[in-house]
Design a protein around this ligand. Structure first.
Ligand SMILES: [Zn+2]
Length: 307
């Protein structure tokens, strides 16, 4: 049996010289630590790399740099020394985070480790420029939502009343690497789950699904069925799909799509969507999303979704 289970959920480690789990500040590590991929690991990083979930030391497997030329099969693993520190990134998939007290949950919100989402923005805020870049220039457009009763207490049946956000998928794409390890409580859900465990690849979707979820898809091509489309004409954006699915489209108005940076030239980029899966002919689609419900992922984060 292998000493470590391959763990693809730890996409990067924080590297910070002189920091330690025992005496270091976690927010300082997050703020000033360098993000290192398994493929970027070098031997001199030993003892200086930490888990984005629990902040204990990680090791790179394999340990040396000379095993693989491309490093693609390398991964990070926790140390047994820190077995007593619970980290849901140790397991293949997490059930969601529970909190003992209201104060603990409120602190997680204040520390930006927990986000209660009561809804996604339906209309574009006035005067906002369009986010569409390769780089992360997404404007912040979160609004305060209502105080919501959230069933994330460890005691079953108990809820905490917590402040919520009305957010956008674009906002989730902003600082995407850090957001991956935050817990999100999404509308209609029962658990606060790390973003990395919420995101569902449309390549794994084989049938329609009437429950809204957070999906991502890799764009194969995008086009409008008519020339010189008006704002309200449909733009068809084809996404990489499961072998058993004929095709999978994001169907949106041309105008809203192009303001999100999706046009005839968009290829090989990732789009994130909060929506339901319906049918499109004999294929599948996600359609009719509002302003805040989809966004093109800044290309600098593509590596986090590559498999
Ligand atoms: Zn961990």
């Amino acid at each position: 049996m292998a000493k470590y289970e391959p763990n693809q959920r730890i996409k990067f480690a924080y590297k910070l010289e002189g920091w330690s789990y025992e005496s270091g500040s976690q927010s300082e590590l997050k703020r000033t630590g360098e993000k290192v991929l398994p493929s970027e690991y070098t031997r001199d990083m030993e003892g200086k790399i930490f888990c984005p979930g629990c902040f204990t030391n990680l090791v790179r497997v394999p340990k040396g740099t000379d095993y693989f030329s491309n490093g693609r099969d390398a991964y990070f693993a926790h140390l047994r020394t820190y077995k007593h520190v619970k980290c849901d990134l140790r397991v293949k998939r997490s059930e969601g985070k529970k909190f003992d007290t209201y104060e603990e949950a409120q602190k997680a919100i204040d520390d930006e480790n927990l986000v209660i989402v009561s809804g996604f923005l339906q209309e574009k805020p006035q005067g906002q420029r369009d986010p569409a870049g390769v780089y992360d220039e997404t404007p912040v457009e979160d609004m305060n939502g209502p105080v919501s009763k959230v069933p994330i207490a460890r005691h079953s049946g108990e809820s905490f009343s917590l402040p919520s956000k009305i957010t956008t998928v674009a906002g989730i794409c902003r600082n995407f690497d850090e957001n991956l390890y935050k817990h999100y409580f999404l509308p209609g859900r029962q658990h606060a789950v790390r973003l990395i465990d919420l995101l569902k690849d449309v390549r794994e979707v084989t049938q329609k699904d009437s429950a809204p979820r957070l999906y991502f898809g890799k764009i194969i091509r995008s086009y409008t069925p008519i020339n010189d489309p008006a704002y309200h004409n449909t733009r068809m954006t084809e996404l990489a799909s499961a072998p058993s699915v004929k095709d999978f489209y994001l169907k949106e108005e041309h105008g809203i799509s192009s303001s999100k940076g999706i046009n005839d030239k968009t290829q090989e980029r990732y789009v994130l969507m909060w929506g339901k899966v319906g049918t499109n002919g004999i294929g599948l689609c996600i359609e009719g999303l509002s302003w805040g419900e989809f966004a093109l992922l800044p290309a600098q984060y593509d590596y986090l979704l590559e498999t």
